[in-house]
Design a protein. Structure first.
Length: 202
C-alpha cells in the first residue's frame, strides 16, 4: 500500500515535517455513496487517521456538492461534526527528565492527603483566604436574630421566601443542608419584613 516518497512541509513552530511515504490510490468514503479516490501521505503525527486537505474537499464538493459548515460537513441528509484535536507536543528524553523533576517538586510542595498535612506545607489555610469567602445578603448581628425556618411565627409568604433563598444557597454549595443555622440566610427576609411592619405602623 505504501510507496517511498520524500517531501518536507513547514509547520507552525517554524520547524519542518518530513514525509517519507505515499500511498497507492485509495478510496475515501465520507458518507454512504459519497466517495473519492486519491493518494495520501504517510506521517508519524500522533492521533491522526486521515487528514483531508482542501483539494479533497474541493473534489468532494465538485462531484457531490457537499456543504462545509462552521461545525461540520453536510451532504443530503447526512452530517458529520468536526472534532477538536488536542495539541500534543513530544517531549525529548532530556526535557522529560526535567519535567519529571518539576512535577515531583510541585507534588511534594503543594499536594496533601489531609488538613494536617496541608498545614505543615502551607501556613495560609484556605478557610482564611478571603477569595474563597461567600458574601451573603445580610450583615452579621445587624437587625437579625438567627431563626430556624420551621419557626411557628413565620408567615407562609416569608417561609416560602426563606426556603427559596436556602435552596439557592444549597445549589451554589454555599450552605450545608444539615446546618442548624441555615436560617442565617433568612435574616435579610426577616429584616425586610420588619421594615414593612414599621412602615405599616407609621
Amino acid at each position: 500500500m505504501w510507496l517511498p516518497h520524500q517531501q518536507e512541509f513547514r509547520v507552525a513552530n517554524s520547524g519542518s515535517l518530513t514525509i517519507k511515504l505515499k500511498s497507492k490510490p485509495i478510496t475515501i468514503e465520507l458518507f454512504p455513496g459519497c466517495r473519492i479516490t486519491t493518494k495520501v501521505l504517510g506521517s508519524t503525527a500522533p492521533g491522526k487517521d486521515v487528514i483531508l486537505g482542501w483539494d479533497s474537499f474541493y473534489a468532494l464538493k465538485k462531484s457531490f456538492d457537499i456543504s462545509i459548515e462552521p461545525r461540520g460537513v453536510r451532504w443530503k441528509t447526512f452530517y458529520k461534526s468536526f472534532t477538536a484535536v488536542p495539541r500534543l507536543f513530544a517531549i525529548e528524553e532530556l526535557a522529560s527528565q526535567e519535567f519529571t523533576k518539576i512535577k515531583e517538586e510541585l507534588t511534594r510542595a503543594s499536594c496533601a492527603e489531609s488538613h494536617t498535612d496541608f498545614l505543615q506545607k502551607c501556613d495560609k489555610p484556605l478557610w482564611l483566604n478571603s477569595q474563597f469567602f461567600v458574601s451573603l445578603p445580610f450583615k452579621e448581628n445587624v437587625l437579625t436574630t438567627p431563626t430556624k425556618a420551621s419557626h411557628a411565627g413565620m408567615p407562609p409568604t416569608l417561609l416560602k421566601q426563606a426556603n427559596d433563598e436556602c435552596d439557592q444557597l444549597v445549589e451554589q454549595g454555599s450552605l450545608n443542608t444539615n446546618s442548624p443555622w441555615a436560617c442565617k440566610a433568612f435574616s435579610s427576609t426577616t429584616s425586610r419584613a420588619g421594615k414593612r411592619k414599621t412602615r405599616a405602623s407609621n
